[in-house]
Structures are given as structure tokens and as C-alpha cells.
Design a protein around this ligand. Sequence first.
Ligand code: SF4
Ligand code: SF4
Length: 170
Amino acid sequence: MDKLFNSGVLTAERIETVIPPRDLWKTKKNGLVIIECPQRIPCNPCYESCPTGAILPFEDINDTPVVDYTKCIGCGRCVAKCPGLACFVADLTWGAENEALMKLPYEMLPKPEPGDEVVCLDRIGSEVSQGKVINITEPWEDSTMVVHVVVPKDRVMDIRNIKVVKNNAR
Ligand code: SF4
Ligand code: SF4
């Protein structure tokens, strides 16, 4: 049976199915991947880009990804490669007790920079919280950026995008 579902944005009751195992997640340095890919489509760059085999081989190109979380190292390569911007990493071990570090795909301009204060958005673009950019990586040269953002720990399953606001002009 498919773990995920044939709809677009995940609904609240379905979000539970993509949460990493909590005991592993809260101690895993560099974080664990969250994949929100509910539709059967012919696509597998997440699998192809994963260096550890954490995303299991697809039996059919239309399969939705299945993760072996014990193998995920939070590297963010799948975050940058997924054309659907459906992969995210959340590191619950990072920073202060109430903070987490998220690694989010980002393709818009202006390009964020370390130190930027950003607005964190949910799946439908509503504002969730403020966040602070601490790093930007491009694991693949010609691909999507991965923005590392400090966010409130209790909102990691809500935050899925950022809005970059330069000069505090919103
Ligand atoms: S974050 Fe890295 S290790 Fe984890 S699933 Fe993605 S590519 Fe694999
Ligand atoms: S690369 Fe992204 S859209 Fe394609 S199967 Fe993987 S998670 Fe889904």
C-alpha cells in the first residue's frame, strides 16, 4: 500500500505519515529528511541523488519514495535535486532547546544570504514564524539552493518555504 496519497498538499491527518521516527529524529545530528511527495509520478531524482541509500530503490518509476531513516545523514542532496521541492531536512539537535535547523529548497530571487531574517511560510504560503538564515549550499552546481534556516522547533512540520525580505521591507 502506498504510504503517501494521491493529492497535492498534504492534509493535517496525512502529515503524520511523513514525520521521521521521533526517537531517532530528536538525537540525529544534521537532521533527517522529510519527504512530502504524495503523487505517483514518473520521477526519482531523490533516490538517484542520495549518497547513503536512505531512499529505497523504486520498484516502479512511479513509486512514491520510501525512506530508511537510519541511513539518512541530513545532507540535503535530495532537497536540491527534487524537482517538486518536496524534500526537506529538519535538525532537532541544532541550537537552543526551542530551536531547530531546517534545510529548505529555494529557487527564487532575491537570493538569501547568511544573517538574513526571513519569513517562514507553510505549505500554502501563509506566514508561520520568523527565521534566520545561517548558510546556503548548492550541493549540485546547476540545481536548487538549500537554505539553512533557524526556526522554532515546534514548527518544523509546518514550515516549508521562506520569504526573503531585504532591508526589512515587507
Ligand atoms: S538528506 Fe541526504 S542522506 Fe538523507 S535522504 Fe536526502 S540525500 Fe539521502
Ligand atoms: S524527486 Fe521529489 S518529486 Fe520526484 S519522486 Fe522524489 S520526492 Fe517525489
